[in-house]
Design a protein around this ligand. Structure first.
Ligand code: TQI
Ligand code: CA
Ligand code: ZN
Ligand code: ZN
Length: 167
């Protein structure tokens, strides 16, 4: 089943801003934007949330790609291993998602050594919104990679109940 972080941190506003601070050279800007937009839409379709994209200035959720050490206490580990991480809702880095630039990002996930940006973003954004890992194997928030090549990637009932419980 779904679960939350201790003390259930969540966004106080229903409208959450996001910004793409750094793109990956693996994909076109349009593909990066589409992957994030679709991943966000999955969550906003399930709960009373709106996401607005900002280009300049501050945003609640800042999405970026980075190599190795990148200014937080969780340096990336090069190709393989950790793909991305997200911070729970909050001030400053809260809600931000970092993707490991040492991975190969794709829109579909045809190659086994590459990862679907959409699928990983969908999972990480669940963390950004306040969900942690689920024990339901069909959930997007279940900690397993098996969904990543799937095109038919949708939230499970468990994810929907989790996000609706929170918002
Ligand atoms: N990143 C881990 C994750 O997002 C980071 C992490 C480990 C974590 N333990 C945690 C985050 C506990 C919150 C709470 O789960 S990852 C998957 C999945 C990763 C993993 O790069 O290993 C996905 C990124 F679910 F498949 F395991 C995306 Cl979809
Ligand atoms: Ca890595
Ligand atoms: Zn980071
Ligand atoms: Zn996770």
């Amino acid at each position: 089943n779904y679960s939350f972080y201790p003390y259930h941190p969540k966004w106080k506003n229903r409208t959450i801003s996001y910004k793409i601070a750094k793109y990956t050279p693996d994909l076109s800007r349009e593909d990066v934007e589409r992957s994030f937009r679709l991943a966000l839409k999955m969550w906003s379709d399930a709960a009373p949330l709106n996401f607005v994209k900002v280009i300049h200035g501050k945003a609640d959720i800042v999405l970026s790609f980075a190599h190795r050490a990148h200014g937080d206490f969780s340096p990336f580990d090069g190709p393989g291993g950790v793909l991305a991480h997200a911070f729970q809702p909050g001030e400053g880095m809260g809600g931000d998602v970092h993707f490991d630039e040492d991975e190969t990002w794709t829109t579909g996930g045809a190659l086994s050594i590459s990862f679907s940006l959409f699928a990983v973003a969908a999972h990480e954004l669940g963390h950004s919104l306040g969900l942690t890992h689920s024990r339901d194997p069909s959930a997007v928030m279940f900690p397993s990679y098996r969904h990543q090549s799937s095109k038919q990637y949708t939230l499970s009932t468990d994810d929907v109940l989790g996000i609706q419980r929170l918002y």
